[in-house]
Design a protein around this ligand. Structure first.
Ligand SMILES: [Zn+2]
Length: 184
């Protein structure tokens, strides 16, 4: 964990990251923290540029992300995950091509108007191409780290509207182990 995330303290100097992705060639890292009642903060970086957002519990954000990443296995259809920033929408668009994933993050000013808009109408705020294995591993580790830190009860207490997405985590872990040949 040495050296990870030290330069990034979050919107209010938050330091409580529960987990960090493995240090990998290319520098991809993903972290997810519960930063307030019904709010989470995530940070994503590919070692070149980084991006963070603060999704609210209006959607089951972490569950949707885990399901979106799981959807990359066996399908090349784009996986879309929408986060509610109240009022902005941040939409992840994940596209698999073989064992590579393109991640494009689009931002729209108002979710109530943007939910039917095409991705291209939003501003692309972050983009990267990564091995699927690396993305899945980092997202899994971030979710598992939350569970380790808070437990299911603690997670629900902080996230309030939705329980910890254990089923989604289990499914992504199964796919990642089987298809990416990762034993973690
Ligand atoms: Zn792994």
């Amino acid at each position: 964990m040495e050296g990870l995330s030290r330069s990034w303290l979050g919107p209010s100097g938050f330091r409580g990251w529960t987990t960090v992705g493995d240090r990998v060639a290319g520098g991809f890292e993903f972290q997810w923290a519960l930063t307030g009642s019904g709010w989470a903060t995530y940070r994503i970086t590919d070692g070149v540029s980084e991006h963070s957002d603060v999704p609210s519990y209006c959607t089951d954000a972490l569950a949707d992300l885990l399901a979106g990443v799981a959807g990359l296995y066996g399908s090349e259809a784009p996986q879309r995950v929408s986060f509610d920033m109240e009022p902005a929408e941040v939409r992840w668009v994940l596209r698999a091509a073989g064992k590579t994933v393109t991640i494009d993050i689009h931002r729209f000013p108002d979710l109530h108007h943007s939910s039917r808009l095409p991705d291209g109408d939003g501003e692309c705020v972050w983009s990267s191409v990564q091995p699927r294995r690396v993305v899945a591993h980092a997202v899994l580790e971030a979710a598992q780290g939350l569970l380790d830190r808070h437990g299911a009860k603690g997670y629900l207490k902080k996230w309030a509207e939705h329980p910890f997405p254990a089923a989604e985590l289990g499914e992504l872990r199964r796919l990642h182990r089987e298809r990416d040949d990762c034993a973690h």
